[in-house]
Design a protein around this ligand. Sequence first.
Ligand SMILES: Cc1cc2nc3c(=O)[nH]c(=O)nc-3n(C[C@H](O)[C@H](O)[C@H](O)COP(=O)(O)OP(=O)(O)OC[C@H]3O[C@@H](n4cnc5c(N)ncnc54)[C@H](O)[C@@H]3O)c2cc1C
Length: 413
Amino acid sequence: MSFDLTTDQLDLRARARDLASTLVADNAAEVDRTEQYPWDNVKALTDAGFMGMTVPKELGGPGRSFLEANLVVEEMASYCGPTGRIVVEGNMGAISAIIHYGTKSQQRLAADLVLAGDKPAICITEPDAGSAASLMTTRADKRGDGYIVNGKKHWITGGGVSRLHLIFARVFDEDGSELGIGGFLAIRGEAKGLRIGPREPTMGLRGIPETEVIFEDLEIPADMVLMPPSGFKRGFADLMNAYNSQRVGAGTVALGLAAGAYRNALAFAKQREQFGRPIAEFQGLQWMLADMSVQLEAARALLHKAALSAGHNGSPFPDATLAAQGKIFTSEMALKVTTDALQVFGARGYSRNYPMERLARDARMFTIGGGTAQILRTVVASRILEQKLPQTRDGFSHLAAQAERDARLEAAE
Ligand SMILES: Cc1cc2nc3c(=O)[nH]c(=O)nc-3n(C[C@H](O)[C@H](O)[C@H](O)COP(=O)(O)OP(=O)(O)OC[C@H]3O[C@@H](n4cnc5c(N)ncnc54)[C@H](O)[C@@H]3O)c2cc1C
């Protein structure tokens, strides 16, 4: 596995840096202040070919790798966290699941949408099923060839701006028997029964709405069912495997935010003078800056390794252990680096006239969203110990399995 970037990848990164350091940088504070989705940035990303980069050539995309998409993510996030996240979801997560698991018509539909600038929404979390995502209660009941979906998701990134939605739901046959968890595709504005609920007032990353998404007898025709390769029974595992691409992407946004904070701190330390000399001449700050650079290099190497693992070990997605390790390390690193970089600015770091407080607020999210740092440690532990580590008291990960067991026990009494 080589970490050397090719000439083409260096050119790609340079093109991304040009856009990030001009339009995206100029809009960043305003996007945060107004809490408006950055449609201008989305248009520029789309025109530059940064949306749908991972879409294969036969579907009209450039067929780039996760690593290449992440090079662009880091550059965008180093100036504007929300724009970095848009590039993640325009290249990873839902779109990757559809490209690898979808039918030809689903692939084409999703490819056309992201290549035109749509950032798909992925709907997993519910008010009572966060870390315990497999205990979701949103249900899809078979009716004829299709399904009727009912339930409520919350904290859905892009609620009200995304068109394509990938909805995770518990699947039931016509006779009411549970089949597992499946993925269902719906397009906002076309699908009847998909309603956007209230928006969360968030601490950071304010340029992207986080909303409830509500399904009220949402009709999903048969051709919009995203069938996981091993069927509904192991559907959750398959869908979460695809989600490993998004975990690497989320880690890369955290990396970009930290890299942006470090870049600002380095420049400020050289220019700001106290005691008649630049503050960069004080060893206390030199060591802080040195520590930041160490953390950034380590995080980048881990994430690149995770991105490059896609396509190995029989999976088109990044390895689950590496993706979790990368997100844990980078999300926690970004908290430290953005806070230390803010410290280098003194009082100015605490002012909303400078980007440091925004970068620190934006970075705070990544130990939470997309699998908390605690849950991802359980993922890593289960892989290195080579055993399942169910978190429910009785070891069941499905409510239906629990209910079945309870009924059996009751009948036996
Ligand atoms: C900005 C943002 C964007 C998001 N975007 C999306 C999205 O687009 N789509 C989507 O589906 N979801 C999204 N989420 C939801 C996110 O994935 C969940 O918030 C996350 O999975 C945690 O769930 P929770 O918030 O309900 O916390 P809880 O599960 O209630 O956890 C609370 C605390 O308990 C800890 N905890 C829980 N169980 C265990 C355990 N077994 N061992 C140790 N610690 C444990 C957690 O680590 C956490 O610290 C987003 C969240 C945020 C903040």
